[in-house]
Design a binder for this molecule. Structure first.
Ligand code: 2HG
Ligand code: ZN
Length: 460
């Protein structure tokens, strides 16, 4: 080993997996953004908490920056290592630590995938309800680091709601047990909630105690075609007032075009500018209510067409139309926006932003989709083939400035669920005041005095 510091770390931890092969550096140094060239110093894959502590203390001794790393499915560059950092991958720490039937909690290591967490919960007849398309690859630690949301937030809330306790290695290597699974705990600052959404800048989440809940009643999935954007909010109001919604997601005809080209199956014929996939509790009364809501939507001109899944396979096919969008757009190297507003602010905002994007992006294909029931829009701008990445991003950044200013006026957020990472750090000020940012920096300083945890992320 040429690097004496790494050699010393390897000496101290004989069982540590340490990778320096160029292919590994590339693999572990990037996330789904694909915008930065990975350039980590090395990759370590500790096998337990004690090893993580030794690594963090070693990093402090040598002033080496660390990038905590989960499934690297992030879309904001939060797990990118492009500046000689040591990637600290939690991949090997992927076990269930315990289930408590009385507390209804599942304790897990941070490297477990979300899918494995779902399966573990299910094996006890319960669910961990946070869910989204990257479930097979993303890690629960990464979910916690970004307070991940997804497709069930409308019913169950974000990751934050489901974290009963966290075990964290702070920036100085100290081990913290935060909240210890308690439901009620009025004993001062709740540091657990500071860690959730901190994007690896305050500590390394090594273990989590997750709250589980009962599975939902049987549900039904419906796909609706809508004639315009105003109808979207009207139909949402209508369905929410009549049904117990589990999900209410939207996408445009442009998104549909891509997802169909990627192998999904068309479920509604004809041209329609907007679509909704909704899932709701479906006892007999609810089925009647759904039909009544659908008919009322049609009568008012808000719904042009619709199908209701008749089988689990058809429900999965309808969901694929929504969940397959990100993957279908990936070859176009999209510039991603992940914004949120109060639902009440959405109608006015949608009109303003529609005009803004129409004016500023006349030559780019713009794909709208997202969790409209949570006030969360994903606006993906596709790179025309003739344009270099650099020019494309520069043009998009110009529009993001305008978008951020509009969001600020409407009291929205520049990141709803993907995090700030590297991608959105220049726009943090549109969502957080100077005073808030100063406090956030102060908190970071306390947890990680040398600023070695994920430097450059979140604040820039
Ligand atoms: C989703 O909702 C994910 O599908 C990804 O948050 C969104 O690709 C995106 O912009
Ligand atoms: Zn999303």
């Amino acid at each position: 080993m040429t690097d004496a510091r790494l050699a010393e770390l390897a000496d101290r931890l004989p069982n540590l997996r340490l990778l320096t092969d160029p292919a590994d550096l590339e693999h572990y140094g990037r996330d789904w953004t694909r915008r930065w060239t990975p350039k980590p110093l090395a990759v370590v894959l500790p096998g337990d908490v004690a090893e993580v502590q030794v690594i963090v203390r070693w990093a402090n001794a040598y002033g080496v920056a660390l990038v905590p790393s989960g499934g690297r499915t992030g879309l904001s560059g939060g797990a990118v290592a492009a500046n000689g950092e040591l990637v600290l991958s939690l991949e090997r720490m992927n076990r269930v630590l315990g289930f408590d039937a009385v507390d209804r909690t599942l304790s897990v290591q941070a490297g477990m995938t979300l899918h494995a967490v779902h399966e573990a919960a299910q094996s006890h007849g319960l669910i961990y309800p946070v869910d989204f398309a990257a479930r097979g690859s993303c890690s629960i630690g990464g979910n916690i680091a970004t307070n991940a949301g997804g497709i069930r937030v409308i019913r169950y809330g974000n990751t934050r709601e489901w974290i009963a306790g966290l075990t964290v290695v702070a920036g100085n290597g100290e081990l913290l047990q935060l909240n210890r699974g308690l439901i009620k705990n009025s004993s001062g600052y709740d540091l657990r909630h500071l860690l959730i959404g901190s994007e690896g800048t305050l500590g390394v989440v090594v273990e989590a105690t997750l709250r589980l809940t009962d599975p939902p009643p049987p549900s039904q999935v419906m796909l609706l075609a809508l004639p315009n954007m105003d109808a979207l909010m009207e139909v949402f109001g209508l369905f929410r007032s009549r049904l117990n919604l589990q999900a209410f997601e939207f996408f445009t005809d442009v998104a549909l075009k891509h997802v169909l080209a990627h192998g999904a199956q068309r479920a509604i014929e004809g041209e329609h500018p907007y679509y909704v996939v909704t899932e709701f509790d479906a006892d007999e009364a609810a089925q009647d209510a759904a039909l009544a809501a659908f008919e009322q939507g049609v009568d008012r001109g808000w719904i042009s067409d619709g199908v209701i899944a008749q089988s689990e396979a058809q429900a999965a096919a309808l969901w694929r139309l929504r969940e397959g969008i990100t993957e279908s757009l990936a070859p176009h190297r999209p510039y991603k926006n992940d914004i949120s507003l109060r639902i009440s602010a959405l109608p006015l905002f949608l009109h303003e932003i529609h005009q803004l994007l129409g004016r500023e992006y006349p030559h780019f294909e713009v794909v709208w989709f997202g969790h409209i029931g949570d006030g969360n829009l994903h606006i993906n701008v596709l790179r025309p083939e003739a344009l270099s990445d650099e020019d494309f991003i520069a043009q998009c950044e110009h529009v993001t400035k305008l978008l951020a200013a509009t969001l600020e006026r409407h009291g929205g957020s520049i990141s709803a669920e993907h995090g700030i990472g590297l991608v959105k750090r220049a726009y943090l000020r549109s969502t957080r005041s100077e005073a808030e940012i100063a406090l956030m920096r102060g908190v970071r300083q306390v947890f990680d005095p040398k600023g070695l945890l994920n430097p450059g992320k979140l604040f820039g």
